[in-house]
Design a protein around this ligand. Structure first.
Ligand SMILES: Nc1ncnc2c1ncn2[C@@H]1O[C@H](COP(=O)(O)OP(=O)(O)OP(=O)(O)O)[C@@H](O)[C@H]1O
Length: 253
C-alpha cells in the first residue's frame, strides 16, 4: 500500500491552546570544567514555536527536563497558564503525568514490543473503547502511518519512528510540546521532510512548543523565536524574529 503523504491533515483542527509557559528557575549543573548554574527566565506566549540553540553542555536538555518535571529545579517556578507546575520555595512539584505536556526525544523512546497503534493508545489512558480507537486512528492518519498501525518500531524507518513519537506526544492534545533534538538522528533528506511535518503539526495542533537543536538553519526554518543558551544562561538570539510582537519575551541575562 502507498504511504499517505505526511502533510495529510484532517479537519477540523483541535481547539486552539491558550496557555503560555513561564519559567524562572536556577539549577546547579556539573560540567566537565566544574559546576555552573543554569539560570533561566523566559515566557513563551501561547502557541509559539521556540527553538533553543547553544553549544553542547550548555544545559538545553536539562532545561527541558526541569520544565517537564523529570527533574526538580533547585529554585524558582515553572507555570503553564494559571497552573503552577513547580515552585521550589513553596514545595510545589506537580508529577510529570499531571502536566499538560508531551515530549519527544532524539532516541524516539518507543516501546519495542508495542505496535504503532498501541504506542499511541498508551498515551491516552483517559480514553476508552471507540473514543480511544478513533483518536488512535486519527493520529496515525495524521502521521501518514495508518497502514502501519500493526507494525513494531523495528519495522519502521527513522522518519516513521519519529512521526510516530510526535503524534504519540500530541495524542492527548497537550498545551505544551517539548522536543529535544528530535531530528538529529535522521539523514538530511528525512530531516528536511520531518521539519515540514513538524511545522504542519504545529499549525494544526497549536501547542506551545519548545525544541532544542544544534542546527541554525533548522532553528531558523522552524522557529517563531530562536533563543541561545550558553553555559546555563540565555544570551541574545542569533537571528531575531522579524516581528517582535510575534516572539517569546526576551531572555533576562
Ligand atoms: N541532573 C543534573 N545535575 C547536575 N548536572 C547535570 C545534570 N544533568 C546534566 N548535567 C550536566 O549539565 C551539563 C549540561 O547538560 P545538558 O545535557 O543539559 O546540555 P545540552 O546543552 O543539552 O548538551 P547537548 O547539546 O550536548 O545535548 C552537562 O555538563 C551535564 O553533565
Amino acid at each position: 500500500m502507498l504511504e499517505r503523504p505526511s502533510n495529510f491533515v484532517p479537519s477540523p483542527a483541535p481547539a486552539p491552546v491558550t496557555a503560555s509557559l513561564s519559567v524562572d528557575l536556577t539549577h546547579r549543573l556539573q560540567g566537565p570544567q566544574g559546576a555552573f548554574d543554569l539560570s533561566v527566565r523566559l515566557t513563551i506566549p501561547a502557541g509559539r514555536f521556540v527553538v533553543l540553540t547553544g553549544p553542547s553542555g550548555a544545559g538545553k536538555t536539562t532545561l527541558l527536563r526541569l520544565i517537564a518535571g523529570l527533574e526538580r529545579p533547585a529554585t524558582g517556578r515553572v507555570t503553564m497558564g494559571t497552573r503552577i507546575w513547580s515552585e521550589s520555595e513553596a514545595g510545589i512539584f506537580a508529577p510529570v503525568r499531571t502536566r499538560d505536556l508531551g515530549f519527544v526525544f532524539q532516541d524516539y523512546a518507543l516501546f519495542p514490543n508495542m505496535t504503532a497503534a498501541a504506542q499511541v493508545g498508551f498515551a491516552l489512558p483517559g480514553l476508552r473503547g471507540k473514543a480511544r480507537a478513533g483518536r488512535v486512528a486519527e493520529m496515525l492518519e495524521i502521521a501518514g502511518l495508518a497502514h502501519l498501525a500493526r507494525a513494531y518500531p523495528a519495522q519502521l524507518s527513522g522518519g516513521q519512528k519519529q512521526r510516530l513519537a510526535l503524534v504519540r506526544a500530541l495524542a492527548r492534545r497537550p498545551g505544551l510540546l517539548l522536543l529535544d533534538e528530535p531530528l538529529s538522528a535522521l539523514d538530511p533528506e528525512t530531516r528536511a521532510e520531518l521539519q515540514g511535518h513538524l511545522r504542519r503539526m504545529h499549525a494544526h495542533f497549536g501547542a506551545t512548543t519548545m525544541m532544542t537543536s544544534h542546527d541554525p538553519a533548522e532553528a531558523a526554518r522552524l522557529a517563531d523565536t530562536v533563543l541561545r543558551l550558553e553555559a546555563g544562561v540565555l544570551v541574545s538570539a542569533p537571528a531575531p524574529p522579524p516581528d517582535p510582537a510575534h516572539a517569546a519575551s526576551p531572555p533576562v541575562p
